[in-house]
Ligand binder design. Structure first.
Ligand code: BES
Ligand code: MN
Ligand code: ZN
Length: 484
């Protein structure tokens, strides 16, 4: 979908369908045909309530009158949802060029929300449909019409939403096609888009040679080559690479559970276990596209978690890159093993502040559902930054606590740590306590996206990969750049 900002009035554009929003207690700002749209409201056919929708025809175009609810409540998230609603009907109507008339007196965040909501709602995953025509009704262009120049927020929102949609492609692609090598190839493609980006990819032998015994243990059960992907972005302009931000992603391209094998019922969903890594890679692409003025290092650990004759076994003890020894008491708690070495690597590469993103625990789905990602952090200020980036993007995160008592639970019987706490107390927090052991004293925030990563039911990303938290990460990078 092409996305263009314009100061032309909707009626003057080439759009075949125009969305006109109306707030509670307000009237249609620019009407057509002597008050046709206002008349629809007066007659009750169109309503001002949030997401209420009516369609009229005039001046050779379709006019969607969309209720926006109360003006005070109409924030960026409501704009995304409203845009998704309008997109759905416009698509049904066979729209080729859609124009949003931006309501008067709204800020850039709402303008961006309208674009994000439309671009995200337009996403379809049709790669494996052999008729190839599942996306036949796709809307070709979105025009964003306002009295003032909205090109900047429109462009930013397009970049963010398209990055999220690319992450959704990576997520939705099944594990026989989305292998660690494919993710590495994507990282190299991203690196080719900017002189400021560099990708390096290492395989099984190099991962072992680095002393990444935890990552290696997960990878050893699979015949598919793992990949340690490092993507660096130099935007600060200094002479030395000084990553103000480190992004770390779990990319388990398929999680069977290993020898501690998962039940078969929903196992197919474990193709999504690479969602953290996918989000990190595409966030880096967007950070580079926006030419943000900071240095960033991304570390993505990609591997399958398989049962086999060479798989890790319950009770095995391994040594992570930072010297910590780990008892593997459940081979299905593999994410923290991969992340342990990737976090330690990000610290070694100089990351000042770190965010890791992982589909880490089923427990977070029980606690927070698909509404909030779990957030755990060792630093209040950094946690607040991450939370604020979540609020701004609608990719919400809810903080859970660390505590010495939780830290005690991850202590091993025979080694420093155990990867699986007996009794399953506070499963999402103990997973984070485990990760905390690999970040040293750096401000660090962990996002558990097991609930928010896919099938969220949101108006603009109901099924399959959600692209969460690509937009959060890019917004966070902007905030870090602005505060430097
Ligand atoms: N990838 C899973 C977490 C997951 C579960 C993601 C459900 C999405 C939906 C992770 O590797 C895992 O298996 N975690 C275990 C940890 C346990 C064995 C300590 C879990 O949550 O059950
Ligand atoms: Mn697992
Ligand atoms: Zn997993």
């Amino acid at each position: 979908m092409r996305v263009t900002a314009t100061t032309q009035a909707p009626r003057e554009t080439s759009a075949d369908t125009v969305v006109v929003g109306v707030f509670e207690g307000e009237d249609v700002a620019h009407d057509v045909q002597d008050g046709l749209l206002q008349g629809l409201i007066e007659s009750g056919e169109a309503r001002r309530g949030f997401r209420k929708l009516a369609v009229a025809h005039a001046e050779g175009k379709r006019w969607i009158v969309l209720g926006l609810g109360e003006r005070e409540r109409f924030d960026a998230e409501r704009a995304r949802v409203a845009a998704a609603t309008a997109h759905g009907r416009a698509r049904e109507l066979g729209t080729e060029t859609l124009c949003w008339e931006v309501p008067h007196h709204v800020g850039d965040a709402v303008v961006g929300g309208l674009v994000e909501g439309t671009v995200l709602a337009a996403y379809r995953f049709t790669r494996f449909k052999s008729d190839g025509n599942d996306d036949d009704g796709a809307i070709g262009e979105l025009l964003v019409s306002a009295h003032h120049d909205v090109a900047a927020p429109v462009e930013r929102a397009r970049v963010l939403a398209e990055a999220a949609n690319r992450a959704r492609d990576l997520q939705n692609t099944p594990s026989n096609h989305m292998t660690p090598a494919k993710l590495a190839e994507r990282a190299e493609q991203i690196a080719a888009t900017s002189d400021r980006l560099t990708a390096t990819v290492e395989g099984r032998a190099q991962i072992a040679a680095r002393g990444m015994g935890a990552f290696s243990a997960v990878a050893q059960g699979s015949d598919t080559e793992p990949a340690l992907i490092v993507l660096t972005y130099r935007g600060a302009g200094g002479t030395a690479f000084a990553p103000a931000l480190g992004l770390v992603g779990k990319a388990v391209t398929f999680d069977t559970g290993g020898i501690s094998i998962k039940p078969s019922a929903k196992m197919h969903e474990m193709k999504f276990d690479m969602s953290g890594g996918a989000a990190v890679l595409e966030a880096m692409a967007a950070i580079a596209a926006l030419e943000l003025p900071l240095d960033v290092v991304a570390v993505v650990g990609a591997t399958e978690n398989m049962p086999s004759g060479h798989a890790m076994k319950p009770g095995d003890i391994v040594t992570a890159m930072n010297g910590t020894t780990i008892e593997i008491n459940n081979t299905d708690a593999e994410g923290r093993l991969v992340l342990a070495d990737c976090l330690a690597h990000a610290v070694d590469l100089g990351a000042e502040r770190i965010v890791d993103v992982a589909t880490l625990t089923g427990a977070i789905v029980v606690a927070l559902g698909t509404t909030y990602s779990g957030l755990v952090s060792n630093d209040d200020a950094w946690a607040a930054e991450v939370q604020a980036a979540g609020e701004a993007t609608g990719e919400l995160a809810w903080r859970l606590p660390l505590h010495e008592e939780y830290a005690d639970l991850v202590k091993g019987r025979y080694a420093d740590l155990t990867n699986a706490v007996e009794g399953r107390k506070a499963g999402s927090i103990t997973a984070a306590e485990f990760l905390k052991r690999f970040v040293g004293d750096r401000p660090w925030a962990h996002l558990d996206i097991a609930g928010t990563g896919n099938d969220t039911g949101k108006a603009y990303a109901p099924k399959g990969g959600s692209g969460v938290p690509v937009r959060l990460l890019v917004t966070l990078a902007e905030r870090v750049a602005a505060s430097a």
